[in-house]
Design a protein around this ligand. Structure first.
Ligand SMILES: NC(=O)C1=CN([C@@H]2O[C@H](COP(=O)(O)OP(=O)(O)OC[C@H]3O[C@@H](n4cnc5c(N)ncnc54)[C@H](O)[C@@H]3O)[C@@H](O)[C@H]2O)C=CC1
Ligand SMILES: C[C@H](O)[C@@H]1OC(=O)[C@H](O)[C@@H]1O
Length: 256
């Protein structure tokens, strides 16, 4: 039998009590990794993610923290490494998208979205990278950006710049960290059915429109991101850095 892709690796994922982060954490464990997850407030979701991972024989730990607080980054990396020994792969996933119109965007909604999605990513990636550099054995950093890094959204004027921002962060970090053998890439999901858009896609008309532009014929599921993230995490992607992988069922290229 082939060696699992992430055997011997420790993977850290933010915002992993639900959705894409949870699928990435479980996917990494299914491919042989031990996993630490950050989560914001959903104690039950975090505990069930840990239990699911442990049930198939991997180590797992959940550490609570708000990624918008810069102190959470060093706290998460330190406590995760204390528990699991090291970090080989860091997945920056935590994010929010409180849909709102542009002309009356509340300042606090704009600022919270920037702090969670972009500042949080910056501090987390920086803390993970410092640890990887100190370990001296390279690593892989993956940011969950979005198709929204490339295209706009009427009710996402505060959100799309954060997704372009994390995509750009991976490009610059790839240059800054290449000499340390640390690869930095992003995945760009299309529309994936999760908590983040449950209310927005409760609108049957919008949901049908969004699905209609996907050549593969359906909206995404969180598990659709697990394979691409595991690939970028693994040594199969050893010469891939600064890249962005659309995982959107073809929605982006579907102009007509
Ligand atoms: N669902 C979609 O269509 C798409 C989602 N994305 C991105 O995927 C990532 C994951 O979102 P989904 O799984 O879709 O939704 P989700 O709502 O299930 O997951 C977001 C996770 O981030 C956590 N989180 C939010 N604020 C946090 C904070 N301050 N500190 C720590 N954790 C926090 C939430 O608790 C949740 O577990 C986000 O960055 C989102 O922008 C990107 C493209 C498409
Ligand atoms: C939350 C949205 O449904 C989702 O977020 C993204 O980044 C995608 O582009 C979708 O708009």
């Amino acid at each position: 039998m082939a060696t699992p892709l992430l055997a011997g690796k420790v993977v850290l994922v933010t915002g992993a009590s639900t959705g894409i982060g949870r699928a990435a954490a479980i996917g990494a464990a299914l491919h042989g990794a031990d996993v630490a997850i950050n989560y914001h407030s959903d104690d039950a979701g975090a505990a069930s993610c840990v239990a699911e991972i442990k049930a198939f024989g991997r180590l797992a730990v959940a550490i609570k923290g708000d990624v918008a607080d810069p102190a959470t980054a060093t706290d998460f990396i330190t406590r995760a490494c204390d528990a699991l020994g090291k970090v080989d792969v860091f997945v920056n996933n935590a994010g929010i998208c409180p849909f709102h119109a542009f002309l009356d965007m509340p300042a606090e909604t704009l600022e919270r979205t920037m702090r969670v999605n972009l500042h949080g990513a910056y501090y987390m990636v920086q803390a993970a990278a410092n640890r990887m550099v100190a370990q001296g054995n390279g690593g892989s950093i993956i940011a969950v950006s979005s198709i929204s890094a490339l295209v706009g959204g009427e009710y996402q004027t505060h959100y799309t710049p954060t997704k372009a921002g994390v995509h750009s962060l991976m490009q610059s970090a790839a240059i800054a960290l290449g000499r340390h053998g640390i690869r930095c890439n992003s995945v760009l999901p299309g529309t994936i059915l999760t908590e983040i858009n449950k209310d927005d896609l409760a609108d049957e008309g919008k949901r049908t429109r969004m699905a209609a532009r996907v050549p593969l014929g359906r909206l995404g599921a969180p598990e659709d991101l697990a394979g691409p993230i595991v690939f970028l995490a693994s040594d199969l992607a050893r010469y891939v850095t600064g890249a962005a992988l659309l995982v959107d069922g073809g929605a982006f290229v579907n102009l007509q």
